[in-house]
Design a protein around this ligand. Structure first.
Ligand SMILES: Cc1ncc(COP(=O)(O)O)c(C=O)c1O
Length: 483
């Protein structure tokens, strides 16, 4: 039998081993392949029955660290350009370790005054970082999906109130379908959130004017006019995932102000465009939104998982999420209870990492990082433009470069297959990581730059490796035996 109490002497050794192994992993991120050869086999080989008797913490940790070495995707490293995934700044990673050691429950003052206060302060610092108006407040979440959910719950409450219904008490029965208006840029997670809120995925109206998803502003205006004063939820997108483009938020905010509309902005990574002078204008109008969300584990570079939601009227979050019970803190207690403002009750103290990274690097550090990433995206675009077999498909307003492989003379009808094949080859190769998407009907690459460690050599390697794979593919197609 291995009762943890009997093995309590392992504690110090376990922490020292974990720190040593994790440090080794993290410091090698720069040089290790993003996906080690054989990593998928390691994952597939995991099996075995539940042990009747355990082998203790040191054995378990040694096995886990070995699995990490051979099988972990180095997604927190500088050459991971897939999706939009940030790394972990030293301050936030250290703080995250401390978070687990302290194991605070960031539910209420009663469960942890420290975690509750630091969450309030972190949200306030984030509000200041993004220059949102005084009075905006909110809550940390697991990511942008739950931040969308949280903020849109406040929007749902506002909308139902206009119909004379307390939706948290009564539910949606008897209410009409909620008009939800947006562009083709809406992220699937916002649609998912609307579904979870009972507002219905299929109620989302995408007013788009082209195959890329750009908003049809006239269409939005007509749709709002047609409602004749009935309330609508409008979702503007600050940074879409294929090319980093923005909806015209200021123009949408003008329309929302002239109608009965709740304006929600999904800025999962695009909100960080507010930090750099060259992209600030893209975010104009966000300060007039009713709710704004972003991610912590993307451009803030704090460990998974972390997102945050702000609302103009924070009491709407309390209305949506506070529950009472005799053994719980009173909802009238003036001391902060972040658990009252979001969907989770038992919650990790995510604020420790957020607070630590903002304390460590401040506004100027984050501005410098974002500006560096914007420059790297322009460099990547220039490398694409000068390569004869690559074709850029979109402007680069932010940190994503959307392009495809298009060798001179290649037939249009072969390009999707070629790009899908090369996308898989790039991931398999593992030296750099970038996935494909479909943009304007074309299979394309869309590397995103959000990792604090990424530099010019990483960006250059992405292009060099891809061009090498293109050459190999072309050789193999001339001689299929070489594939
Ligand atoms: C614009 C946008 N919104 C929402 C999300 C969902 O974020 P998360 O995966 O953190 O829940 C993403 C993720 O990429 C995103 O890019």
């Amino acid at each position: 039998m291995t009762d943890p109490l009997e093995l309590r002497d392992e504690l110090t050794d376990a922490l020292v081993r974990a720190a040593a192994g994790a440090t080794e992993y993290v410091t090698a991120l720069h040089d290790d392949p993003v996906l080690a050869q054989g990593a998928e086999d390691v994952a597939r080989s995991l099996d075995g029955d539940l042990p009747e008797d355990g082998d203790g913490a040191l054995v378990a940790l040694a096995e886990l660290l070995e699995l990490a070495r051979s099988g972990a995707t180095r997604s927190s490293g500088p050459r991971y350009f897939h999706f939009v995934m940030g790394g972990t700044t030293p301050a936030s990673l250290g703080a995250d370790w401390v978070t687990s050691a302290l194991d605070q429950v960031a539910y209420s003052w009663a469960s942890s005054p420290l975690a509750s206060s630091l969450e309030v302060l972190s949200i306030e610092w984030l509000r200041e970082l993004f220059e949102l108006p005084d009075g905006f407040a909110g809550v940390l979440t697991t990511g942008a999906t739950m931040a969308n959910y949280t903020a849109l719950a406040a929007a749902r409450g506002w909308w139902a109130e206009h119909h004379g219904v307390d939706v948290e008490e009564r539910g949606l029965a008897g209410l009409p379908a909620a008009p939800i208006l947006t562009s083709g840029y809406i992220h699937p997670s916002a649609v998912q959130a609307l579904g979870m809120l009972g507002l219905g995925r299929s109620n989302v109206r995408r007013l788009e004017r082209d195959g890329v998803g750009r908003i049809d502003l006239d269409g939005l205006e007509s749709a709002l006019d047609e409602l004749e004063g009935k309330p609508a939820i409008v979702i503007a997108n600050a940074g879409e995932v294929n090319a980093g483009d923005f909806d015209p938020i200021a123009a949408i905010a003008d329309l929302a102000a002239r109608h009965e509309a709740w304006l929600h902005v999904d800025g999962a990574f695009g909100l960080f465009g507010r930090l750099a002078p060259e992209t600030r204008a893209l975010t104009d109008g966000i300060e007039r939104a009713d709710s704004v969300i972003s991610d912590g584990h993307k451009w803030l570079n704090v460990p998974y998982d972390c997102g945050f939601a702000f609302v103009r009227e924070p009491e709407r979050l309390a209305k949506a999420f506070t529950v009472g019970a005799p053994y719980l803190p009173s909802p009238d207690d003036p001391r902060p209870s972040p658990g009252f403002l979001g969907p989770e009750n038992s919650r990790r103290a995510r604020a420790f990492a957020v607070w630590a990274t903002l304390r460590a690097y401040g506004r100027s550090g984050y501005r410098a990082m974002v500006e560096r990433h914007l420059g790297l995206a322009q460099r990547l675009a220039a490398r694409v433009d000068e390569a004869p077999e690559l074709e850029r498909l979109a402007e680069v307003p932010l940190n994503i470069v959307c392009f495809r492989v298009h060798p001179p003379g290649a037939a249009e009808q072969d390009l999707d297959e070629l790009n899908s094949r090369l996308g898989e080859a790039l991931l398999r190769d593992g030296r750099v990581f970038a996935g494909t998407t479909t943009y304007d009907g074309k299979v394309a690459f869309r590397p995103a730059i959000v990792n604090w460690q990424t530099t010019e050599s990483d960006v250059d390697l992405l292009i060099d490796v891809l061009r090498e794979l293109v050459r190999a593919d072309l050789t193999a197609s001339r001689d299929p035996r070489a594939r």
